[in-house]
Design a protein. Structure first.
Length: 259
């Protein structure tokens, strides 16, 4: 069984004491590769360090996270664009709109979204979209920006069935399914029950959003196996089928080579 963690922040300080062990545990659970989405210029060195230390396990995406969009966002974007031009990244992200933490830079977040969406087309890379409390705002942007060349994933999808349907049908994007799927108070299971598995990829968002029964603890990439098991239960199919389809979806979207 081969799994891919399509969204994890293993470069953050939460893993400084045992990063190699975390990677090893992931491999032992069948997680063959992972994708590290960048946050901003400060996180870039840590992302690059992990690429160097774990070249057989880590890929990276390069983008500006919406919560890092501040007064200097244009300077941040300029740094990230130069990095993208080096050609060693397999997606633009993590980018998007976040209206949960801070709405004061909403206009700047929209501009950063537009800019990074044009980069995705320019470099022929998928987008990794962060959409916390902002589906309608992102849909408005996407309706203006969408072209057949634009593809990607709505990371950490927690929306409604109607929103899921719009994402996969109108934009052809994938849904990133993470720990929320396992939460007792979540309706995500019902919202995606009849969304074809070909539209889904698995992700941990480690160290955040650990799935049950690890909820409240540090998340890590090994827990993709818990997500796959829960999704198999939701879809009433085998774990092996979920692993096969979700991994192929990740391979196709991010142009990953299974080793």
């Amino acid at each position: 069984m081969i799994l891919i963690d399509t969204h994890t922040h293993l470069y953050l300080p939460e893993f400084d004491e045992d990063r190699a062990l975390v990677v090893q545990r992931a491999k032992e659970q069948g997680v063959q590769q992972c994708i590290l989405p960048n946050i901003d210029s400060e996180s870039m060195p840590q992302v690059q360090k992990m690429l160097a230390e774990f070249p057989d396990f880590c890929h990276a995406a390069m983008g500006l996270h919406p919560t890092s969009v501040k007064e200097n966002f244009e300077e941040e974007l300029a740094v990230i664009y130069q990095e993208l031009k080096k050609g060693k990244y397999l997606a633009v992200g993590e980018m998007g709109i976040d209206l949960y933490w801070d709405k004061s830079f909403y206009e700047q977040q929209k501009e950063a979204f537009r800019v990074q969406a044009t980069w995705a087309v320019e470099f022929n890379l998928p987008l990794i979209i962060h959409s916390r409390d902002s589906f309608n705002e992102i849909f408005s942007l996407m309706d203006d920006l969408w072209t057949p060349q634009l593809r990607g994933v709505f990371h950490c999808f927690t929306g409604t069935h109607e929103q899921a349907t719009k994402i996969v049908n109108d934009y052809g994007f994938k849904l990133g399914i993470g720990g929320v799927l396992t939460f007792k108070n979540s309706t995500l299971r019902e919202e995606i029950q009849d969304i074809d598995t070909k539209h889904l990829v698995l992700e941990t968002d480690a160290p955040f959003l650990a799935p049950a029964p690890k909820r409240g603890k540090r998340n890590e990439s090994a827990y993709v196996s818990l997500l796959a098991q829960r999704l198999a239960e939701v879809k009433k199919c085998s774990l092996e089928e979920i692993a096969r389809i979700s991994t192929q979806n990740a391979v196709d979207l991010f142009n990953i080579t299974i080793k």
